[in-house]
Design a protein around this ligand. Structure first.
Ligand SMILES: Cc1cc2nc3c(=O)[nH]c(=O)nc-3n(C[C@H](O)[C@H](O)[C@H](O)COP(=O)(O)O)c2cc1C
Length: 369
């Protein structure tokens, strides 16, 4: 089955940000849809990320004064109109010809943040040039330090404001869903990596494991991160944190902010939902430390719950992909506006005029992991 082309208007039946998921399905080739939607292993963590949000309920409060209402937030020197960022999502031209520039423009138009992936279809420079608004760059450690350093220097030169280093996927096989659907990555190397020599072949001794001695030999260690922090002129944000001991060690090493993330259920299957880890990590890091979360965010109500549970802001992954595939930049901007409207409606009914008012006291229930 071939995919329908993207639309040039927002369909009238999209009434919520979450509607983009179902509505976009016919506009994405089935193997690409399986790659976008799927999670690792048996998809336990993919499902847990979503169900955790259903475990919490918001208690409405009455007669609150909203004359000083505000949703603005400052994260590591980046001002945002709303506590929402587009998560780094690689290979966006698989979803729409405009790729990442469409999402960067949509984020800029709606006062939301944008994080450019190392694996972006377009070059980090072209994406940076798409808007004047502040953006962050997501960095994957490369097998050679010089290549990692080259990416860092290019991101600095292009004007990115922070480096998001993703740490939770030392190995990442293609999901079974994507494999069964026959998904293949495009043959060409992602734009940002095109100048790098191919990775060195690891020679395994007889009896050694392809995963443990082969793939893991290229995975970064704590000293690589310490080196990166030393090299960087920009604040470093660690993405993929779940354990409080890691969180404290990252903070003590000089990491300026952290993202509670399990790669949207695409890393270790069977790991806990990100929402269930938030209070633990907030307690470990203290109230003032910048802490973001992603995984399973599909509505403004979800954002409210994440903020109440300890996050300063959320990132949105798959919804961005669905909106991009359906209506390009216009769709992503509309999806972000819907998320914003849903969050504001929720704040109005919960009696919380500012983000600081959104606390755990607003919620009942507990999150099963
Ligand atoms: C298709 C796809 C591609 C992704 N590419 C990247 C990437 O290049 N770098 C990265 O750090 N995370 C990547 N992620 C993870 C997202 O940044 C984010 O953590 C996750 O999608 C959040 O969950 P959600 O999709 O439920 O919102 C990707 C996720 C998806 C679904």
């Amino acid at each position: 089955m071939t995919a329908l082309p993207p639309l040039d208007h927002i369909p009238a039946d999209i009434l919520s940000a979450a509607d983009y998921e179902q509505r976009a399905a016919d506009h994405i080739a089935p193997p690409t849809l399986a790659w976008l939607a799927g999670g690792s292993g048996d998809e336990h963590t993919l499902r847990a990320n979503r169900s955790a949000f259903h475990d919490l309920r918001i208690v409405p409060r009455l007669l609150t004064d909203f004359s000083k209402a505000c949703t603005r937030v400052h994260l590591l020197g980046t001002p945002l109109g709303h506590p929402i960022l587009l998560a780094p999502l690689g290979h966006q031209r698989l979803l729409h010809a405009d790729g990442e520039t469409a999402c960067a423009r949509a984020a800029a138009a709606t006062g939301c943040g944008f994080v450019c992936s190392t694996l972006s279809s377009l070059s980090l420079e072209d994406i940076a040039a798409a808007t004047d608004e502040p953006k962050w760059f997501q960095l994957y450690f490369q097998p050679r330090r010089n290549d990692t350093l080259a990416l860092l220097r290019r991101a600095e030169a292009a004007g990115y404001r922070a480096i998001v280093v993703t740490l939770d996927t030392p190995v990442q096989p293609l999901s079974r869903r994507a494999q069964r659907a026959g998904f293949r990555f495009p043959g060409d190397t992602p734009a940002n990596l095109a100048a790098f020599a191919p990775p060195l072949q690891v020679a395994l001794e007889p009896g050694q494991s392809i995963v443990l001695h082969g793939m893991m030999s290229e995975a970064p260690h704590w000293d690589d991160l310490a080196w990166l922090i030393e090299q960087s002129r920009l604040p470093i944000v660690a993405k993929g944190v779940s354990h409080p001991d890691d969180a404290r060690r990252l903070r003590d090493l000089g990491v300026a902010g952290q993202i509670v993330s399990n790669h949207g259920g695409r890393a270790l299957d069977g790991s806990p939902s990100t929402l269930s880890r938030l209070p633990v990590l907030r307690a470990a890091l203290g109230q003032a430390y910048p802490l973001l979360v992603d995984g399973g965010v599909r509505s403004g109500t979800d954002i409210f719950k994440a903020l109440a549970w300890g996050a300063d802001a959320v990132l949105v992954g798959r919804l961005q992909g669905y909106a991009l595939a359906l209506v390009g930049a216009l769709g992503v901007a509309h999806m972000l506006k819907l998320l914003r409207d849903e969050l504001e409606l929720c704040m109005a009914q919960a009696g919380t005029p500012t983000l600081a008012d959104i606390t755990a006291d607003c919620l009942v229930g507990d999150v099963t992991c």
